[in-house]
Design a protein around this ligand. Structure first.
Ligand code: NAD
Length: 269
C-alpha cells in the first residue's frame, strides 16, 4: 500500500511528546522513510519505531533547545548525514501560559512570561526554519507549523500565548512568500489536546502540565464545541499535518492554515 508520505524524511521539533510525537508516529505509518525528533527531552521517543512497526534506524532522536542555533544547526547536519535529505519540517515545540490573564499577572511576571514564551514559541520557530530552509529548497520540501485555536480566537491562552500563536500566522504568510516556489509553508491550528504541554519555567510553571486541566474533566461530551465529541487525543489531530505535508495531495497549497479545533469559529452564542 502506498502511504501519503512514502520515502519522505521529516524533522519535527517538540516531537518527544504530545502532538509532535503523534505526528511523528503517523508520518511513519504513512510511509516516511525517516523521522528526526528534536526535543529538549527525548525519553518518550524510545518506543516510537516499535509502535510504528518500523526498524529503529528510521527514527533519529536528538536532544536540543529550539532557542539554540548551535543545537538546531547540528541537528540538521545530523539529519542530512543520516537520511540525506529533509522533506518536511514541523516547527512544533512550544509552551503555554496557562491562561495567565492581564488582570492576575504582575508586570514583572508578564515580562518573564513574554520573554520565555516568545523565545520558544516564536524565535524557536524562526530559528528552526533558519537552520533547515536550505535543505528544504534542495528537496523541494515543505513546512507545516503547529498553531492553535489561540491563533484565531480569544481564551485559548493569556495575552502572551495568544500573541505568540498570532505571530506564527504571520510566519506562515511571510515564509510562504519568501520560500516560494521551492518550499510550501502551511500550518495546522489545533484545539485543546490532552498532552504534557508545560508553562514557563521563569515563573515556576515548568512542571505544570495541561494534562492536569484535562484530568479535572469528567469525560462528558464538550458541549462548548460545535463538534461535541471532538477528541482531545493528539492522534486524532494528525490528519491535517499529513495532508499539508503530502506532495501528491497538497502541491497547490501554500500560505494556508487548517483549523482543526472542533469548530470553535462556528460555535455562535
Ligand atoms: P507537549 O509538551 O506534549 O509537547 C511539546 C514538546 O516541546 C515537549 O516534548 C517539550 O519538551 C518540547 N519543548 C518545549 N520547549 C522546548 C524547547 N525550548 N526546545 C526544544 N523542545 C522544547 O505539548 P503539545 O501540546 O504537544 O504542544 C505542541 C504544540 O502544540 C505547541 O506549539 C503548542 O502550543 C501547540 N498546541 C497545543 C495545544 C494543547 O491543547 N495541547 C493546543 C493548541 C496548540
Amino acid at each position: 500500500m502506498i502511504g501519503w508520505l512514502d520515502g519522505d524524511v521529516a524533522f519535527i521539533t517538540g516531537g518527544g511528546s504530545g502532538i509532535g510525537r503523534a505526528v511523528a508516529l503517523r508520518f511513519l505509518q504513512e510511509g516516511a522513510h525517516g523521522v528526526v525528533i528534536f526535543d529538549r527531552s527525548i525519553e518518550g521517543v524510545a518506543t516510537l519505531a516499535d509502535e510504528a512497526g518500523v526498524v529503529p534506524d528510521r527514527v533519529l532522536a536528538l536532544t536540543g533547545d529550539v532557542r539554540s542555533t548551535v543545537d538546531l544547526e547540528a541537528a540538521v547536519a545530523a539529519a542530512l548525514d543520516r537520511f540525506g535529505a529533509i522533506d518536511v519540517l514541523v516547527p512544533n515545540a512550544g509552551i503555554w501560559d496557562f491562561n495567565r490573564s492581564i488582570h492576575r499577572t504582575t508586570s514583572a511576571e508578564m515580562a518573564a512570561i513574554c520573554d520565555e514564551l516568545f523565545d520558544i514559541n516564536v524565535k524557536g520557530c524562526v530559528l528552526t526554519v533558519s537552520a533547515a530552509w536550505r535543505a528544504l529548497v534542495d528537496s523541494g520540501g515543505c513546512i507545516v507549523m503547529t498553531l492553535s485555536n489561540a491563533a484565531f480566537y480569544p481564551a485559548g491562552g493569556g495575552p502572551a500565548y495568544t500573541a505568540s500563536k498570532h505571530a506564527i500566522r504571520g510566519l506562515v504568510t511571510q515564509l510562504a512568500y519568501e520560500l516560494a516556489p521551492k518550499v510550501r509553508v502551511n500550518g495546522v491550528a489545533i484545539g485543546g489536546l490532552r498532552t504534557d504541554l508545560r508553562g514557563p519555567e521563569s515563573i515556576g510553571m515548568g512542571e505544570r502540565s495541561i494534562e492536569q486541566s484535562f484530568a479535572k474533566r469528567t469525560g462528558e461530551p464538550n458541549m462548548w464545541l460545535p463538534l461535541h465529541d471532538a477528541s482531545s487525543d493528539p492522534a486524532d489531530s494528525t490528519g491535517p499535518f499529513v495532508l499539508l505535508a503530502s506532495r501528491r495531495n497538497a502541491s497547490v497549497i501554500t500560505g494556508a492554515i487548517i483549523n482543526a479545533d472542533g469548530g470553535i469559529g462556528v460555535r455562535g452564542f
